[in-house]
Design a protein around this ligand. Structure first.
Ligand code: HEC
Ligand code: HEC
Length: 470
């Protein structure tokens, strides 16, 4: 016969089970469809940078005033794209989910590697996996969370009242859990803000860009310097042909697998929390993921054929997949683009990067300090605008006609400019939907890479036409 205590214990255990069931939003951390997994699945960032699901869910409503004034609602205003056709209340692309003691929402590869374009301002948004997330405002996301946590309204009563509006059936046990979780989350966000305090002492990263290696200086306890290492988000297509190439913008790593893992760690995973199985699936998929083609109707094929010959002569050695110098580094003294990103990755940091994963089979060993920027394949080039490692040149036309490189332009407006080959980066719509980019700020110089710029105008136009076909 059951004693009184064990009865009570059994009842409590039942409640625990019921409680856990009621709290869990209908969501998952892993998806059968690989594209869905890439956009919404977990790679293991949640423990370190994740937020408890219900807090994450109510913050944009509760603190709407702290969101940037960009189009859309909620997290969309920070660049997290909702995907048409998914059920109401679905998470946006680039957010992951993990059922830990509480359900957590974190970031994944799609946060930075899914982008969009529109043919015209009224066309539907085309969402492209593996494309740079040209609209994503990561610094804005961090600043938004910090501003919320600093607000006195970030307390149990206010947050819980907002949660109960969305989830009136939340169990007493979950409410009890959240009594602890809300305080811990506030503390966690403020701690991260201290780690990221270097962020706001530098020019704004803006949208579609992120400082790659300064966060590792904090993580690996390498003394912080005043370098600005902000880069344009790259594409992830065709990783197979990139195997063995020295890539990242400065060519500091020639192992695809290490670049993938360091990306997950950069996004918030720890060597312990890294979900190797999930990462492996993504890794395999991006080996052969292809970019969409530039609409054929918009290409003058005769002009493009002329351009192909010029490209072969002027550019292919560095950029063609079989070029003699592709996947190698062009010294800064020759390429003369902004030095910031190169200098921010110091020799000391390089040594420390190779200690990540100590004691594990995948321990990093391929990081090296280089003296320039990498010659990379130009696949899917049309969707990789703005160009250069810091995203300082809005379109291919401006790249090849340097006196048309604007000193100030707007990034993050996703309507395509079919003639200039890049996104529309000036005018009222770009100004109101995009974010200002000033090439005079540290790290933002639009100089250098003058290949092809002294060719006759018709040759340059032919080159641009040809590059539409990539
Ligand atoms: C916070 C934004 C962010 C997230 C999240 C992110 N990446 Fe990246 N990724 C970058 C940036 C920035 C670079 C360029 C780094 C540099 O060279 O400075 C990059 C570069 C890469 C590259 C090398 C590209 C090249 O050709 O040079 C690969 C591969 C990559 N990421 C894979 C991934 C994978 C896989 C994930 C998910 C596990 C991921 N990334 C998550 C921002 C991100
Ligand atoms: C000597 C090697 C070399 C040659 C030749 C060369 N490039 Fe480049 N290219 C680079 C390097 C290095 C970068 C990256 C520079 C940076 O971002 O700071 C680059 C970047 C680019 C980018 C930007 C890619 C992106 O994703 O933002 C484009 C476009 C480009 N090159 C086109 C050309 C064209 C067109 C030619 C021929 C007229 C050419 N390149 C010739 C080395 C070269």
């Amino acid at each position: 016969m059951m004693t009184r205590t064990s009865l009570i214990l059994a009842a409590f255990a039942l409640l625990l089970v019921a409680g856990a069931g009621a709290q869990q939003p209908e969501d998952q951390s892993s998806f059968t469809d690989i594209d869905e997994h890439f956009k919404y699945g977990s790679v293991g960032t949640e423990e370190r940078v994740g937020l408890p699901y219900w807090i994450w869910r109510v913050l944009p409503t509760l603190f709407e005033d702290k969101l940037p004034k960009r189009p859309g609602s909620g997290y969309e205003r920070l660049g997290f794209m909702p995907e048409p056709g998914r059920p109401a209340q679905s998470r946006p692309i680039g957010t992951s989910f993990l059922q830990d003691r509480t359900a957590l929402v974190g970031l994944n590869c799609a946060t930075c590697h899914v982008g969009s374009y529109r043919e015209t301002p009224t066309s539907p948004r085309q969402i492209v996996s593996g494309m740079p997330a040209n609209q994503m405002d990561l610094q804005g996301y961090a600043n938004f969370l910090t501003a919320c946590a600093q607000d006195p309204r970030f307390d149990y009563d206010t947050i819980m009242a907002a949660i109960r509006k969305e989830n009136p059936d939340m169990s007493w046990l979950d409410r009890l859990t959240y009594r602890f979780v809300i305080g811990a989350t506030k503390k966690g966000i403020l701690e991260r803000a201290r780690d990221n305090s270097w962020f706001n002492t530098r020019p704004p990263q803006g949208v579609g860009r992120v400082d790659t290696f300064n966060p590792y200086k904090v993580l690996l306890k390498v003394p912080m310097d005043d370098q600005v290492g902000t880069v344009d988000l790259p594409s992830l297509w065709n990783q197979r042909m990139r195997q063995g190439m020295s890539l990242h913008w400065d060519g500091n790593n020639n192992s695809v697998e290490e670049r993938n893992k360091s990306a997950a760690i950069g996004a918030g995973a720890t060597p312990q929390s890294l979900n190797l199985l999930s990462l492996r699936r993504i890794e395999n998929w991006i080996l052969d993921l292809r970019p969409p083609r530039f609409p054929a109707a918009q290409i003058d094929s005769r002009l493009a054929a002329t351009g192909a010959g010029i490209y072969k002569q002027e550019c292919a050695s560095c950029h063609a997949p079989d070029g003699a110098y592709v996947g190698k580094v062009t010294p800064l003294a020759e390429i003369k683009t902004d030095p910031g990103r190169l200098e921010s990755f110091t020799a000391e940091l390089s040594t420390r990067m190779n200690t990540i994963g100590e004691g594990r089979s995948w321990r990093f060993s391929h990081f090296t300090k280089t003296n320039g920027y990498a010659n990379m394949p130009l696949d899917g080039l049309w969707l990789r605008a703005p160009y250069l490692h810091n995203g300082s040149v809005p379109d291919l036309r401006a790249l090849l006609f340097p006196d048309e490189r604007p000193a100030v332009f707007y990034r993050g407006y996703d309507v395509y400019d079919w003639a200039r080959v890049g996104f529309i980066s000036s005018g009222p719509a770009a100004e109101s939907e995009g974010v200002r980019f000033d090439t005079a700020l540290k790290g933002n110089a639009n100089a250098g890479h003058l290949y092809g710029t002294t060719l006759p105008v018709p040759d340059r136009l032919a080159l641009i036409e040809y590059m539409k076909t990539f």
